[in-house]
Structures are given as structure tokens and as C-alpha cells.
Design a protein around this ligand. Structure first.
Ligand SMILES: O=P(O)(O)OC[C@H]1O[C@@H](O)[C@H](O)[C@@H](O)[C@@H]1O
Length: 305
């Protein structure tokens, strides 16, 4: 993406600009009456979102994140697609698919009637993607920056063969202290515990994080909330096109083993991901589309949680 040309075509004076961000990746910065945010063209990835009434970002971004071609950026909201988790066919392809390490194209920008700003980024199949995954597709992410942050990831099957995908909006939320944080909306739902060889278990009460956690919650489309008393706020997560959700925190050992993550950063983050994962996979016939969406809202912390 040529930065000067992108600004000419898509810039909105006083609201939206494109600059060269870390690693030289094109970075779209937005500031409007509701919030400020930034979205990286590498991976089509939202990196930050801060509503006007708040001081702290909604999102966590590792201070050791890589901004390098071919690598994923650790933090913000990576797009995992067309598979979630390790290569489902164990062919050595990257975990969480291949679009979070690609450059996406900016497709449109607009100011909406309510003063929010909407932008769309897209990526399509090419020789490189077909070497990993032999299907034709058009993938778009629509990001709306307003009083809430809204994301919609639309997949279109542009080929002649049906395909099946799993996917995630792998949101890394900033929290004050994950040990005091609770996730509501998952009580009584079954989950696959990835730290117990995928054993199926049932959640009782809110999710507390007192150690490593890696779970796929099943058969739920409920609104979730993360209560974070240490930052005095809660995060609401509404989901669309999703009947599964993932909760992940690497904790001490996994944190130490990740080169792009500080040893103590696990205390300040929690991933609660809007997914199509495990049995909640999506099959698209030629010409069909699927929209996976999430709306994130920052609120005050719940009392007596
Ligand atoms: O690739 P990233 O951003 O480091 O995320 C890895 C984690 O992503 C989570 O979504 C998975 O449930 C974990 O199993 C995995 O370890």
C-alpha cells in the first residue's frame, strides 16, 4: 500500500489518516468524537481502541510484539482464518491460519451519521494462499469505531468448491490484574479444556483466572462480559455468527516461552475470543457468505461481582 496514495484516496481530514507504523506496516489511525483507534494493514488487525471517556485502551498489545513480514502481531484483535488453532491437517501450516501475517488492502472509509468512523479492509486468494489452502475466497473486515467498537469479518466463497472453516476474532483485552478478573455469561456451558487433552467439562459460575487457561466454550451465543475491578471497568462482548467462544491466558510458563511476550505480561491481558471453533465450524457453498461479528463496549465495573 502506497501511504501517500492511500491518504489521498481514503484519508478523512481531522478523522482518519494512514501512516507508516511499526515495521513500516501501513497503520490507519482514527480519532473522532467517540474514540480513537488504530488498525494495521498487516493482518487487518485492530491494534488499539480507546473510547473518549476512558484513559486505558480496551486492547492489550505486547511490548515485545513482532512487526515483521510473515509474523503475527501479538495483541489487539488478530484474525484467525481459515482455521482456528493448530493446523487441522497437521501439515506444518501456521497455527491460526495465514491471514494474520498478510498485508490487507484498504477498501473504503466513511464517516457515519452518528459520528462513528467505518473502514473496510480485504484480502483474497492468490498463489501463496492456494499453496496452503486450495480454495478461492474474498475476506473482508469491517471495523466501526464509535462509542462501541464493532467488527464484522465476512468470508465469501468465490470458487467452485465448498469449503469448511473455523475462525476467530482473537481479541487480547487489557486488564489491570487478571487474577481479579472474572468472565460472565458462560456459566453452565460445556467447554473443551485444551490443557486437559480436550476433555469436555461444564463451567460452574463465572470464569476465574488463577492459572493457565485455554478453553473452547461450546454451543453458546450469549453476550459475555469481563469484569475487571482493578481497572474499575467491564467489557461487554456481543457476538454474531458465533456459537463458540475461547478464553485463553498463557500464564507463567507459556509466557516465558513466547519470544514476543514479556514474562510478566500475562497479568495484564486476557483473551476472550469470538469464534467458530471445534464443532461450531462453517461450511460455505460456492457463492455463499458468512459473517462473524463482535461488538465490544467498555462500561463501569460491576459492583459486588
Ligand atoms: O498465536 P497467539 O496469538 O500467540 O495465540 C496462541 C493461543 O491462541 C488461543 O486462541 C488458543 O486457544 C491457544 O491454544 C494458543 O496458545
Amino acid at each position: 500500500m502506497d501511504i501517500a496514495q492511500a491518504n489521498e484516496e481514503f484519508g478523512i481530514p481531522g478523522v482518519l489518516a494512514i501512516c507508516a507504523g511499526n515495521g513500516g506496516f501501513p497503520l490507519i489511525t482514527v480519532e473522532n468524537a467517540h474514540a480513537r483507534a488504530s488498525v494495521c494493514a498487516h493482518g487487518g488487525q485492530v491494534l488499539s481502541y480507546c473510547p473518549a471517556a476512558h484513559d486505558e485502551d480496551l486492547l492489550f498489545l505486547s511490548r515485545h510484539a513482532y512487526f515483521e513480514p510473515g509474523k503475527a502481531i501479538k495483541g489487539g484483535i488478530p484474525v484467525c482464518w481459515p482455521w482456528f488453532g493448530p493446523d487441522p491437517q497437521q501439515q506444518g501450516r501456521p497455527a491460526h491460519g495465514f491471514v494474520r501475517t498478510r498485508g490487507w488492502r484498504l477498501l473504503s472509509t466513511e464517516v457515519r451519521v452518528d459520528g462513528s468512523t467505518r473502514l473496510r479492509l480485504g484480502t483474497r486468494d492468490d498463489e501463496g494462499t492456494r499453496a496452503d489452502w486450495p480454495y478461492a475466497f474474498a475476506l473482508e473486515i469491517e471495523v466501526t469505531i464509535g462509542a462501541d467498537l464493532e467488527l464484522a469479518l465476512t468470508t465469501e466463497n468465490t470458487g467452485q468448491e465448498p469449503f469448511t472453516l473455523t475462525q476467530a476474532l482473537h481479541a487480547y483485552f487489557r486488564v489491570g490484574d487478571v487474577r481479579q478478573t472474572q468472565v460472565f455469561g458462560l456459566a453452565e456451558y460445556d467447554y473443551l479444556d485444551k490443557l486437559a487433552e480436550g476433555a469436555r467439562k461444564t463451567q460452574s459460575g463465572p470464569v476465574n483466572v488463577q492459572g493457565p487457561i485455554d478453553r473452547v466454550y461450546l454451543d453458546t451465543s450469549e453476550t459475555l462480559s469481563i469484569n475487571d475491578p482493578s481497572l474499575g471497568r467491564s467489557i461487554q462482548i456481543e457476538r454474531e455468527g458465533s456459537r463458540s467462544a475461547v478464553v485463553w491466558n498463557p500464564w507463567v510458563e507459556q509466557a516465558r516461552n513466547m519470544g514476543d511476550f514479556g514474562d510478566d505480561e500475562y497479568l495484564q491481558m486476557l483473551c476472550v475470543e469470538t469464534t467458530n471453533a471445534a464443532e461450531d465450524c462453517v461450511t460455505l457453498e460456492p457463492g455463499a457468505q458468512w459473517r462473524l461479528g463482535s461488538r465490544y463496549r467498555l462500561d463501569h465495573a460491576r459492583e459486588n461481582a
